[in-house]
Structures are given as C-alpha cells and as structure tokens.
Design a protein around this ligand. Structure first.
Ligand code: GLC
Length: 426
C-alpha cells in the first residue's frame, strides 16, 4: 500500500474522525459550494468539477442548481446574498450582472488574488468578457463561457425545398412560409425565440433595434426611443405574427422551450443561444440530429445583422468563508482547458480565441469555425447597476406587445417613462 505523508490539517481531520487510516487522511478538508442555473449544464459542470477534485484531493465541490432562466436565478441569489448567507462560495452569473454585483458588494473583488498576474490573466480573454468583468477598475468575476444568439435552422427542410439559408428577415419570413405551406404539418412553426417576460426577451427587442441601426441610448447616455429603429422590433414581430410565422403562443415561450420545440422537430427556424447545438446533436430524444444548420442572425439588409452577447461568469461571494480555495477553483474553471471541455461537452462558446480553432472543438462544433467573429461583434445589453429594473421594463413591454395586450405606442411610451430616470444611474 502506498503510504503518504499527512498534512497537519488532514492529520487533524483524521484524528478528529477517530481513525488515522489512509482513506481518512485523504478526505477533503475544504468543501466549496457553487451555484449554477439549470440551463448552464450542471451535468457538465459536475464532470469538470470531478476532474478538479481528483487533482485536488483536499477539496470537495458541491453544486447547487436553481432557476430555469437568468432572472429567476438572480431572484433566488438576491435573497441569499442580501441576507449575507455564507453557504455559497461561487455563483455563476450572467454577463449582464457584474455591475450590479459590484454596486451591491456581493462579489469579492479578485484583484488581490490575481496579484501581479492580473493584467496578463485578463488579457487572454476575449475583450468583451474582459471588459464585462472589470467594473470601475476592479475584477468582479472571471468568465466561464461565452455566448451569442444564432439562427438555428432545419438544413434538411431548406435543402428539400431548394431554399438558401436566409440573410435577411424578409428572406427568413418567405422561407418559413414556403416550408410551412409545402410541409403542411400543423405542428411546424416557422420561427421561434423567447417571447415570455424573461431575460432573453430583452434580446428579442434589442436585436432588431440594433439591426435597424438603433441603440437604447445616444453617446451622452440619454434614452433615445423616439427613433424609427426603436419601433422596428415591434413592426418585425407583428408582421411575423400576422403571417403565422411565429406561433400564437410566442408570448409564453421561454428560451429552453424554443430549444425543446425545435429539437422535437416542430420549427423551421430558432433564434437561440449556443448551448442548443449540443442538445440537438447529443440528446437521446433529439429529432433533429445532423439536420441542423447554424448561421449568424439575419438583418434588415444582408450586412446589417446584430446579435446579443451572452455568457456566464464565476464570482466569489463576498460572504464565502473559503475565498482562497474558491479562487483556486475559479481559476481552473476559467482556464483554456475547461473552455475546451465545455465546448466539446456542451457547445458552450470558449472565452479564449485560440480554443475556437482547436481540432477537437471543431469536430464537435463545426460551426465554431465561423462563430468567433459573431461573438466579437455581438452587442451588449445596457451596462448599469440598475440592470434588473432596465431588463424588467424592456422584457415586460416586449412580452405585452407579443401577447397583444399593448400596442407599440403604449410599449414605447411606458419604456420611455420608466427607463428615463434609470438611465441617469451610473
Ligand atoms: C443565455 C445567455 C445569457 C442570456 C440568456 C437569456 O443564457 O448566455 O447571457 O441572458 O441566455 O435567456
């Protein structure tokens, strides 16, 4: 048997357990708890953590899973963190949240842990993620995976009907209508995306607005919703609804429901996030394996497309009692090695440019060869500590319009009234 030296801590633990045998000596001395959402592949995180635990026998990492959508996860974390609960050491947070976490002092700034390496470590990430995680000069979190919205389409159906993948919204509508009419399948929707009052529906508004050349604010940070571009999303989605390209229940669809419906073979197009791909290719129940194409989102003209940047970050809570151990863990989880594992196991987009060209990554995700420029040019939702309120105002208005309970004028009026004071908060 292989005898090993006890560290003082593991020896103490073994003695405390009343048994100084080898198994006890190897028992973890530190237990960390990490929170993730159900959509961010907790199963894959578990596999990655098992690797970490094998390499670090003194550490055990438990995973807590909660919340099917970004804002639901945050509602739960608001409660935990507002009560300064120390049970969570690391939390996975959406790319829109570091400013809020910094303002609330919920995240332990990482600068002291990073030390002299700080700038070199941060320089390796894709710029959007480096920038999103540095708030007022302090590193608030480290990137776990990148994300953007893409257009997933039924390659088999487009080929069957001799239709090219669309580059404009007009082409998409025409393609959807043609396929729906020729397939004559009442279960086949033309186009799916998030329409429920969830975080993803902020992008359902922002993507066509950006694509029409608009922005929520002008260079001075003032709201500018009295522009033609601010109205374009309403016109686009109204037209899709009128032509039955989107299903009647679009206002009830959450991100993962769109993914599931498309995966069941019930949609031609699906505007959704990168994780969809591996589910289509890997899930046992997938009806669309090897039948899906992925391209950048369409624009109003072929070269004016825009997409929302997404992605998830690792923050150490300010209330953790194991900050150094938590830091060691997040450095691992935010490494090129783990970016590669996630890309292969979950089609999570890497946060390091070089991982996009890794042959194993490309074998699992051939479309990643064209995906890096999409992530590099993807647009950010507003960066503000008041993001939860900003998000709530945009998504509830977009949702009410899709549900037919509010007109575009009413939605724009409500957004203007309620967003204007929030835009002054920096
Ligand atoms: C994805 C993105 C995230 C976004 C969410 C909305 O998870 O990575 O940034 O907020 O979808 O549904």
């Amino acid at each position: 048997m292989n005898r090993r030296f006890f560290t003082a801590a593991s020896l103490a633990l073994a003695l405390a357990a009343g048994f100084a045998g080898e198994a006890e000596a190897q028992a973890p001395t530190t237990t960390l708890r990490i929170f993730t959402g159900g959509q961010q592949r907790p199963d894959v995180m578990r596999q990655i953590l098992d690797v970490y635990m094998q390499r670090n026998p003194g550490v055990r990492v438990d995973v807590e899973v909660g919340g099917a959508t970004s804002e639901q996860q945050q509602q739960y974390l608001n409660t935990v963190l507002a009560s300064r609960d120390p049970t969570l050491d690391v939390v996975l947070i959406d790319v829109i949240r570091p400013a809020q976490y910094a303002a609330a002092q919920w995240a332990e700034p990482l600068d002291a842990f990073l030390g002299a390496e700080r700038d070199a470590v941060m320089a390796r990430y894709l710029p959007a993620y480096r920038e999103a995680n540095i708030v007022n000069g302090r590193v608030i979190a480290l990137p776990y995976f990148a994300d953007a919205q893409f257009l997933f389409f039924r390659r088999d159906l487009l080929e069957k009907h001799g239709i090219q993948p669309p580059r404009t919204w007009d082409q998409l509508r025409e393609a959807a209508k043609t396929v729906m009419q020729r397939e004559n399948n009442p279960n086949l929707a033309g186009f799916l995306t998030a329409g429920a009052p969830i975080e993803g529906t902020v992008c359902t508004y922002m993507v066509p607005m950006w694509g029409a050349g608009g922005n929520l604010t002008n260079a001075q940070g003032q709201l500018q919703l009295n522009t033609p571009a601010a109205r374009r999303p309403f016109d686009l989605w109204a037209q899709m609804r009128a032509e039955n390209v989107t299903p009647p229940n679009i206002a009830e669809i959450v991100t993962d429901r769109a993914r599931q419906n498309f995966q069941a073979g019930n949609a031609v197009f699906n505007m959704n996030w990168a994780f969809n791909w591996q589910r289509f290719q890997g899930d046992a129940d997938s009806q669309v394996r090897d039948r899906v194409g992925v391209i950048p989102l369409p624009g109003f003209t072929p070269d004016s497309a825009a997409t929302c940047i997404g992605g998830w970050q690792l923050a150490i809570t300010a209330f953790s009692r194991n900050k150094q151990a938590a830091y060691n863990l997040i450095r691992f989880l935010s490494s090129p090695e783990v970016s590669k594992m996630q890309a292969i196991l979950a089609s999570h987009m890497p946060v390091f440019a070089e991982v996009y060209t890794d042959p194993d990554v490309l074998r699992a995700n051939p479309w990643f060869a064209q995906a890096l420029p999409v992530v590099q040019t993807a647009r950010s939702r507003p960066v503000t500590p008041a993001y939860p309120q900003v998000s709530e105002i945009i998504r509830t208005n977009m949702n009410a319009f899709l549900a037919g309970t509010r007109t575009a004028d009413q939605a724009l009026q409500d957004m203007t009234t309620r967003l204007t004071p929030l835009m002054a908060i920096r």
